[in-house]
Ligand binder design. Structure first.
Ligand SMILES: [Zn+2]
Length: 351
């Protein structure tokens, strides 16, 4: 009996030493400690022993059972730990691997430029004003000193919606008229109006039936061309660099007198001559002038007391210059790759 127990112990120990998986351990546990296993068999056999023998062998069998149970339990814990560590090792994140690049969009380049312009004017105390895109002929033309039948209307091939009175605004200037009417001839005005305008144009690399203007208007006492020049200087230096110079050339618009065209020194070639400035060293970027007395009068401002200046930029043209864009249609598509190249261009200008 004693030998049988010892043999069983040896056999079990040997098996346990070779165990590699939890499944194998579980099989051994069932095989030896289960109801049909050798330990239960030995216990059943004890019934046939004398009381003294029962005492001796009962203890030996119980000891073996407890020993095996403890051994299996600690092996079980050990194997569970090993499995967990293996799993952790396999699933370890290698932080030295390159990350997946997340593609994000950039703001529309035109919107970015307009925001930049707005920021500069807001810092100079201007209001950013909005107005309707469907406009009355009165505000779009007549009150800007362009009466019906005037040849200046021909230059702005206008979309009429209803008869000759309702149209898609061909310029943002009607917002200036509306702002002056609100001012009632009493309040000074400092405003810019960035917005969409419409003209009958065939779309190509430099024309669009819809484009963005940024217009500005100041009405106050004793406003002169030098106030206009100072203001334009600030904005072009901000957009194109601090070394940029501005010059005015005489021009003609119905709603300003005198009228000027605004040129800036070429930021690309520093006036050595290049394609952008057509080898003149200067680039035209805006139309401007001193508000015509008739325009002030029609909107309720007495030209004897009040004076003002107005200017208008083409936002697309500014952005095309700034970001070296050859085709203005890129502003109205949504290709992320193009937005990304604009960022690089900006870095170049800022260097
Ligand atoms: Zn140039």
């Amino acid at each position: 009996m004693k030998e049988k127990i010892e043999k069983l112990r040896e056999e079990m120990n040997q098996k346990l030493e070779n165990v590699e998986t939890l499944q194998e351990l579980n099989d051994i546990k069932i095989m030896y400690l289960g109801k049909k296993g050798p330990i239960v068999e030995l216990m059943n056999y004890m019934k046939e022993l004398s009381v003294d023998e029962k005492k001796v062998f009962g203890k030996l069998i119980n000891d073996l059972k407890t020993e095996m149970k403890n051994r299996i339990e600690s092996l079980c814990i050990q194997l569970e730990m090993e499995t967990l560590n293996q799993k952790l090792e396999q699933e370890q994140v290698d932080i030295t691997l390159p990350a997946t690049k997340i593609r994000i969009g950039s703001p529309n380049i035109l919107e970015k430029l307009i925001e930049e312009v707005e920021e500069v004017f807001l810092s100079m105390g201007y209001d950013v004003v909005d107005g309707p895109e469907i406009e009355e002929d009165k505000y779009n033309f007549e009150m800007l000193n362009i009466p019906k039948g005037h040849p200046a209307r021909d230059a702005q091939d206008t979309f009429y919606i209803e008869g000759e009175e309702i149209l898609l605004r061909s310029q943002t200037s009607p917002v200036q008229v509306r702002t002056m009417l609100k001012g009632g001839g009493k309040t000074p005005i400092r405003m810019i109006c960035p917005g969409k305008t419409y003209r009958r144009d065939d779309d190509d690399a430099t024309h669009s039936h819809q484009f963005m203007q940024i217009e500005g208007l100041v009405v106050d006492h004793d406003i002169s061309l030098s106030d206009l020049k100072g203001t334009i200087d600030v904005i072009v230096k901000k957009l194109f660099g601090s070394s940029i110079e501005t010059r005015f050339r005489p021009s003609y618009y119905q709603f300003t007198e005198p009228s000027v065209e605004v040129d800036i020194s070429c930021f690309n070639c520093k006036q050595d001559g290049c394609n952008i400035c057509k080898h003149t060293g200067w680039i035209t970027i805006a139309g401007a002038g001193i508000v015509h007395p008739n325009v002030l009068k029609m909107s309720g401002y007495d030209p004897k007391q009040w004076s003002g200046f107005a200017f208008g930029f083409g936002a697309e043209r500014m952005a095309m210059l700034k970001y070296d864009i050859k085709d203005l249609r890129v502003f109205y598509n949504t290709d992320l790759r193009e937005s990304n190249t604009f960022d690089r261009r900006e870095d170049f200008l800022n260097d």
